[in-house]
Design a protein around this ligand. Structure first.
Ligand SMILES: Cc1cc2nc3c(=O)[nH]c(=O)nc-3n(C[C@H](O)[C@H](O)[C@H](O)COP(=O)(O)OP(=O)(O)OC[C@H]3O[C@@H](n4cnc5c(N)ncnc54)[C@H](O)[C@@H]3O)c2cc1C
Length: 486
């Protein structure tokens, strides 16, 4: 494994958080959690890794922690519930433990400080581009060729491998579009003697206010992080939120976060880390059933990238790694390997990608509607929203079995919409929708925070500025006939 960054410091999780410099991973200090799909792979194939993660303080949040208050009193655990655990902690801790575990595996060598500059390519006799190795720079001022029969690019979102292949003529399919949001995270540590607030009796710890989404990520060693996400078109909030005093004022206005972050409860251990340029991206190295390149595989963000909100990136990357492993084991024919890999990726992972992208597109539309004075929802929009808010949401908040079913898609344990398409589940949702808001009242969460205008006023920001910017952009689009990115 060639890794551009230096090895982690030799100390514990706190030292890694403070001192591990990872220029190769810009999102190293953003909140992370592993869904059950990845948790299951770790549990089944790497029990020693799981043990080491838990020993170091990584948290495993079980199904019970996801129950709604309406479900807690009558909840009877079932064996399947063990499947729905989430692993969460500071990403530096997850990386530290995983890296040390990988170092113990036979036949694996990690070369740290080894920056891959380029792929080495040739044309095979049929004219198809073939990757035969990499040009690697190990910091001594001299780049060396390293030849290999198979190169796997796991270089993340900024890897330039696929761009190089496209430049050299490989007809790789490449689609990308904005996820429409920005991510902001700040880390905290509980004050000595304090424990994490309980969900019962407290305002919601997470929520979606339209102009802002927020949540708490419990972490290792008495740490936790708060993440807030703003739509791209909320420029005022985007600019303000990275300033610690504005961050604190926002928290003061979000009761569920205030109980975590009050001065006697916790202290910040970091600045506010912002992250933009969030995109969905899908690339296919097989086009019209023909490999566009040989000797080369891509896994993780350089192949498929999704909005971090869904927390699926690491699971997607891990599932792809397993698929590469299986394709390599099945055949030694370079073309057949790539075909086998990509048909699996497409069959199994594309449905998640499409579901997330369509949710992103809807969220972008809703964020724009919120900044459109006097916007009136169409009948279709009203019905769909009511179905989601007054049908699906109450149904999964009352019915534990339905929550279990929906978790299977959420955690990537089956097709994302399979649970919803089962007639039994759909009928339950319709029943809750039909019985009306009054009877469903206990399933609606208390208010998670103020409306946009009140929050903007509390922060002394102009609620009108972004409305005017959007109106100008729309006018420019009408004049130019094309859509302008936020
Ligand atoms: C804000 C944010 C929050 C997220 N939250 C979650 C979450 O909660 N759960 C989840 O599952 N996913 C989450 N994700 C997504 C997840 O982080 C990524 O999908 C995942 O890290 C992708 O793994 P990767 O191996 O492809 O790339 P990375 O994890 O980015 O790793 C790439 C590696 O390649 C190295 N590298 C890069 N270029 C070179 C080079 N030229 N030579 C040598 N080495 C190189 C880098 O140093 C790095 O070690 C989040 C993403 C973001 C941006």
């Amino acid at each position: 494994m060639l890794e551009r960054d230096l090895a982690p410091p030799s100390g514990d999780a706190d030292e890694a958080f403070r001192n591990w410099n990872r220029r190769g991973v810009g999102h190293l200090r953003q909140s992370h959690a592993f869904l059950a799909r990845l948790g299951k792979l770790i549990r089944a194939d790497h029990p020693a890794l799981r043990e080491a993660l838990l020993e170091t303080g990584v948290r495993e949040l079980g199904f019970e922690s996801m129950l709604w208050p309406t479900q807690k009193a009558t909840y009877v655990p079932k064996p399947v519930d063990a499947e729905f655990a989430i692993l969460t902690s500071r990403r530096t801790t997850l990386e530290l433990v995983m890296r040390r575990y990988v170092e113990t595996l036979p036949n694996v060598t990690i070369r740290s400080g080894a920056m891959v500059r380029r792929l080495l390519t040739e044309k095979d006799p049929s004219g198809v581009l073939k990757v035969v190795g990499v040009l690697v720079d190990e910091g001594d001022g001299e780049a060396r060729e390293l030849r290999a029969p198979v190169v796997i690019d796991a270089g993340g979102k900024n890897s330039s491998g696929i761009e190089q292949l496209i430049e050299e003529g490989a007809p790789i399919a490449d689609e990308s579009e904005t996820a429409g949001i920005l991510y902001f995270t700040r880390h905290y540590r509980l004050q000595p003697g304090r424990t994490e607030p309980q969900r019962e009796g407290n305002p919601p710890f997470g929520g979606d206010l339209g102009y802002l989404k927020f949540g708490v990520f419990p972490g290792d060693n008495n740490c936790f992080s708060i993440t807030m996400c703003a739509p791209e078109i909320e420029y005022e909030i985007r600019k303000a939120i990275v300033r610690p005093e504005m961050w604190d004022r926002m928290i003061d206005n979000l009761p569920g976060l205030k109980v975590w972050c009050a001065a006697d409860q916790a202290e910040p251990t970091s600045r506010v880390f912002g992250m933009g340029d969030l995109h969905s991206r899908w690339r296919d190295l097989v086009v019209d059933e023909t490999p566009t390149v040989l000797g080369f595989f891509a896994v993780g963000d350089c192949l498929v990238r999704t909005n971090p909100l869904y927390g699926r990136g690491c699971s997607l990357a891990a599932v792809q790694a397993y698929m590469v492993r299986d394709a390599l084991a099945e055949t030694s024919d370079p073309a057949a390997r790539l075909l086998a890999y990509h048909s699996r990726v497409r069959r199994e992972l594309r449905p998640y990608y499409e579901a997330m992208r369509s949710q992103d597109r809807n969220a972008i539309k809703r964020a724009e509607q919120a900044l459109t004075p006097g916007y009136k929802r169409t009948l279709r929009e009203k019905v769909l929203r009511s179905f989601a808010e007054d049908g699906i949401t109450p149904a999964i908040r009352f019915d534990v079995d339905l929550l279990r079913e929906s978790m299977r898609g959420f955690h990537m344990l089956e097709h994302p919409n399979a649970w919803f398409r089962r007639p039994r589940n759909f009928a339950k949702i319709l029943r809750y929708w039909a019985r009306g808001k009054k009877r469903n009242a206990a399933a609606y969460p208390p208010k998670a925070g103020p409306k946009r205008e009140s929050m903007m006023r509390a922060l002394e920001l102009s609620p009108e500025a972004d409305i005017a910017i959007l109106a100008e952009r729309r006018a420019a689009e009408r004049r130019g006939g094309t859509k302008i990115a936020a």
